[in-house]
Design a protein around this ligand. Structure first.
Ligand code: ADP
Ligand code: MG
Length: 140
């Protein structure tokens, strides 16, 4: 299995509750390595651009407002089959459907305020990493 990268966001509901370390610990225990990390306040433009694939969904406006409601921590994670490994430890989008031991089951407040984002494919991981990081900010 190849070592690959994925992109993660610790969302405002988690930073607000001081869970940056707790969430990162679960990522690390799942075999992922944080090779880039920064805490930022996303702008509305940035959030709308990031979630552009969802712009026709009914929750788009609320999702953007939520993502700019407080700081987020954007991270690049590295590990074997990183996209799937991260999605597995994140759990289902709706915490009510998430498996025990996943980040969303443990910490998410709702289907919207669900504590973490993770890329859904290698292709999107690259696009999302490039959206927030320069290559020289990523140090394995
Ligand atoms: P995931 O984050 O698991 O990949 P999606 O890509 O489908 O899920 O959705 C992106 C984000 O939009 C979710 O993480 C969540 O914050 C929000 N979201 C998804 N579905 C809903 C919904 N039905 N109502 C409100 N927010 C939602
Ligand atoms: Mg998604």
């Amino acid at each position: 299995m190849a070592v690959t990268r994925t992109f993660s966001i610790i969302k405002p509901d988690a930073t607000r509750r001081n869970l940056t370390g707790a969430v990162t610990k679960m990522l690390e225990e799942a075999g992922l390595r944080v090779v880039a990390s920064k805490r930022i306040q996303m702008t509305k433009d940035q959030a709308e651009g990031f979630y552009a694939v969802h712009k026709e969904r009914p929750f788009f406006g609320e999702l953007v407002d939520f993502m700019i409601s407080g700081p987020v921590v954007v991270q690049v994670l590295e590990g074997e089959d990183a996209v799937k490994r991260n999605r597995d430890v994140m759990g289902a989008t709706n915490p009510a459907d998430a498996d025990e031991g996943t980040i969303r089951k443990t910490y998410a407040e709702s289907i919207e305020a669900n504590s973490v984002h993770g890329s859904d494919s290698d292709e999107n991981a690259k696009i999302e990493i490039d959206y927030f990081f320069d290559e020289n900010e990523i140090v394995g």
